[in-house]
Every structure is written in C-alpha cells, then in structure tokens.
Design a protein. Structure first.
Length: 368
C-alpha cells in the first residue's frame, strides 16, 4: 500500500500529459462558437492572448518552485503569513474551482444530449459522472497522473481524426485578413470567455508534489504551448470551414465532422473521434472538481476528503439537474458577472505571489 506522500506524488511527465490530454478537450466544443460571435475571424487572436496569459502564470509558478525550494502553496502561505491566511486562500480557490467546473459540466451535458441521443434523455443519465468524480476526489494526486497517462493517447487520436475528417471542407481564406488594424474585439472576447482559460493555475496546486528534472521549464511550458497551439489550430480550421456562420455552429467538434462531405456519404466514423474525446473530457471536467475538494480539505483542516467530496459533487449534481438545458443562461450570467473572479484567482493572485520574499530556509513538504 502506498503511503499518503506517495499517493500525492506526480511525475513531471504526468503534469505535462495533464495539460496535453485535458486542456484542449475543454476548449473545442462551445468556445470556438463563442469567440466567433465576439470577434469573427480573429477568434484565434483572442485564444492566443488567453494562452499567453496562462503561459505567463506557468512561468510564475516555475519561478516559485525555484525560489521557495518546491514547497507547496499552502506551506508557502502559512510560513509567510499564517495558517489562517493559507486556509482563506485555499477556501477561495475551492470556490473558484467549483465555478470553473460549472460551464464545462453543463456544456458536456448538452453535448452528450445533442450528439448521442435523438430525444433529450433524463438528467439521471449524467449521474455516473458525479459517481466517478466522487471516487476520484477521495484519491491522492497520483490518480490524476494515471488518468493523464491513459487519456493522452485518446485525446491525440480523437483530435487527429477530427482534423482528418474535417480537412476537406476547410477554406483558409475565411480567416483573412490576418493582419489588420487592431481593435478591442479580441480583448473583449477574451474577457467574456475567461472562464475557459486560466488552466495553468492548476500547476500552483502541484507545487511540492513532483521532483524537479532537467529542462523542466521547457517541458512544462512546451507541453502547455503545444496544447495551446492545437486549440488555436482547431479554431482556425473551425472558422475556415464555416466562415461567417461559425458563431451559429455550437458544439464545434460534432459540427466539423458531420459537415464533412465524406461523412455525409459514408458511415458515421466521426463517432469514433467524438467518443474518444468525450472519454478524455470526463476526466478534464473532473479535474477542477477534484482540486476544489482538496482545497476545502486543507481549508477546513480535514484528515480526509470524504465530506467535501460528498458536498461538492452532490451540489454540482443538483445544480446540473436544475439547470438542464439552461447552459446559455448560466454562461451569460458567468460571463457578465463573474469574469473578474476568474481573473483574480487565475492571474492576480499568482502574480502577487511573486512578491513573497524568499525565506532563509523552507522545509520541503509533500502534503496535499
């Protein structure tokens, strides 16, 4: 049996795979359509700006790793301020991660209903997601690495099939002109869609739970950069396929594959890609729920994650049932009123951590 410390250990390779396997699949469904509605052919510019901010947060986290001897974020805050301050920050991040999970959960629900069912099924068919989430939330960080090790291949194959099936309907002239007089639209689009970004903040919670390696900055930033490039290229392909009507093509992955003339005249091979990506999306959606559980576990000084795991997953399950088929209502509310919350926890706090002075000696800890 593994010790608690071993259960909370990740390999640097697994952290890279978490970004590569889980980050793209949460941004290739509804986000391309949303960005198209705000800035049309410049949707990829808005995404690029968001990813540059996220990569900046990664550099901050990697700097904290070196500056504070790879201690955990909780220990860093406790050591510099107080245990109460550390618990308050973790409580805030727990709420943040719950908010971050809401839109992807509703998005996945609508995606499943519209892709796999001819008529809208009962909300109960989505309950297994929360059972898996609850089980995973009770485990150490090591389970995230194992899921990423498996899902990296499914995500890679699924994305390859999507690009392969959609490429014959792409007209890259739809994204021209690439260079034009700058406007506020991409920036506004990023602000209104910020709930899909700031995934790099996960790395702050991984500090103290992995061993350093040579060229680790290149590996971590490179993996996040590659995942970002895949998403940006997907958006270029998406808008190139649909042009000015892209903003009306919700659930981009399905729209791209089914619109292909090759698919229209043959068997529905696109379901292979859709199912592969859905499998990875399940664990990508669970990731913020998992981290929310761990944050509340530390915030309330609990020895086990059982109570927060029950409460969070039950709360999200009820929310999903109540707001079934209300994805765009929830999305509109969060975009209009909660964007600053995502900016604060995703970017402001990580930037503020840079100003914490280095202590003469910090104990290295691997507690969650």
């Amino acid at each position: 049996m593994m010790s608690p410390n071993e259960q909370n250990k990740l390999k640097l390779r697994q952290i890279c795979f978490i970004f590569l396997a889980f980050m793209p699949v949460t941004k290739i469904s509804l986000l391309p359509s949303v960005l198209s509605g705000f800035c049309e052919e410049r949707l990829w510019v808005a995404a690029l700006l968001g990813f540059l901010l996220d990569i900046g947060v990664l550099f901050i986290a990697l700097h904290l790793y070196k500056k504070h001897d790879n201690c955990t974020l909780f220990y860093l805050l406790e050591n510099k301020f107080s245990k109460g301050a550390a618990k308050a920050v973790y409580f805030g991040y727990g709420v943040y991660f719950i908010l971050k999970a809401i839109v992807p959960i509703l998005e996945q629900q609508d995606y499943v209903h519209n892709t796999l069912y001819e008529i809208s099924p009962s909300a109960a068919v989505f309950v297994p997601l929360f059972i898996v989430s609850f089980y995973q939330s009770l485990k150490g960080l090591k389970i995230l690495g194992r899921c990423a090790d498996a899902c990296i291949w499914l995500t890679g194959l699924g994305l390859f099939l999507v690009f392969f099936l959609a490429f014959n309907i792409v007209d890259f002239t739809n994204i021209f002109p690439i260079v034009q007089k700058p406007t506020y639209k991409p920036v506004n689009a990023l602000f209104r869609s910020i709930i899909w970004f700031s995934d790099s903040v996960y790395f702050l919670l991984f500090l103290g739970h992995f061993e350093g390696e040579k060229k680790q900055t290149l590996k971590v930033v490179g993996s996040y950069g590659l995942a970002s490039f895949i998403v940006i290229f997907f958006m270029v392909v998406f808008y190139s396929a649909f042009g000015s009507i892209a903003k009306t093509r919700f659930f981009a992955t399905t729209e791209l594959t089914i619109y292909s003339l090759a698919i229209a005249n043959s068997a529905r091979f696109d379901y292979i890609a859709i199912i592969l990506l859905m499998f990875s999306q399940v664990f990508a959606i669970i990731l913020p729920v998992y981290l929310a559980t761990k944050c509340f576990e530390r915030a309330f000084g609990l020895k086990k994650a059982l109570i927060p795991a029950i409460i969070i997953n039950l709360l999200l399950a009820v929310f999903t049932v109540v707001f079934t088929e209300k994805l765009f209502t929830v999305l509109s509310f969060m975009s209009n009123y909660l964007s600053y919350v995502f900016i604060f926890f995703g970017y402001v706090i990580p930037f503020a951590l840079l100003f914490i002075p280095k202590e003469k000696k910090l104990e290295n800890t691997s507690k969650a």
